[in-house]
Unconditional design. Sequence first.
Length: 253
Amino acid sequence: MEFLGGEHHNEQSWFLHTSEFLAKSIKFYTPAAAILFIKSHRKALREKEELEELNREKVEAELKYLKSQLNPHFLFNTLNNLYSFVITGSPKAPDIILRLSEILDYALYKSQKTLVALGDEVKTIENYLELEKVRHGDQLNVDFNKNIEDSSVKIAPLIILSLVENAFKHGTTENIDEALIEVNLKQYSNTVNLDIRNTAAHASSLPDEKSSESGGIGLVNIKKQLKLTYSDRHEITVNEENGFFVTSLQISV
């Protein structure tokens, strides 16, 4: 009776005031319903934001895990190369140390960022190739062709470098008399194209079908990192053609 307002001498008479009842209901319940809707909407938004944050943290954790696998394998190989020249007193050792220091700076510090300049990745690849040339000598032919429109374009670190390293792992084995590694890197607009050809060992399978030696991550985990970082903005293929492994990668940055 208090809700309806006014005094009613007949307790049953309020049933007859339908229009008044509806008017009062709209007046009081509409704001209440609006407040409830707003609170529910805000709660749903908070839950959505928390879920997105958890997903971001999960992706970051997985990427850090993959990077932790990338770095040791590459660094240990490089350190082994340096060791043989240091103990023999080779005049090549100082240049190797300088290149290695730049690789360490990139692998341990710059690569921990979500994105890096393409030019930094290219410089590290050049250092890596020079170290591998020294290591293999005349048994290795390396051809690195690059056509970079804008070296400041941002990319995920270590992916291209790891594919190059993977080509050496599978293309410079003991049963290959003369190894050939060909790397073609092209960047234009918002697209990065990478094509790598490396000599295939006799009676070998595709690189991503093999278990990785020396604790390396292989193509399987590189593909995982690509999926986490670029989702549907990349395409990677690996084929064997006329005695060569051919790895092709296209990324939309």
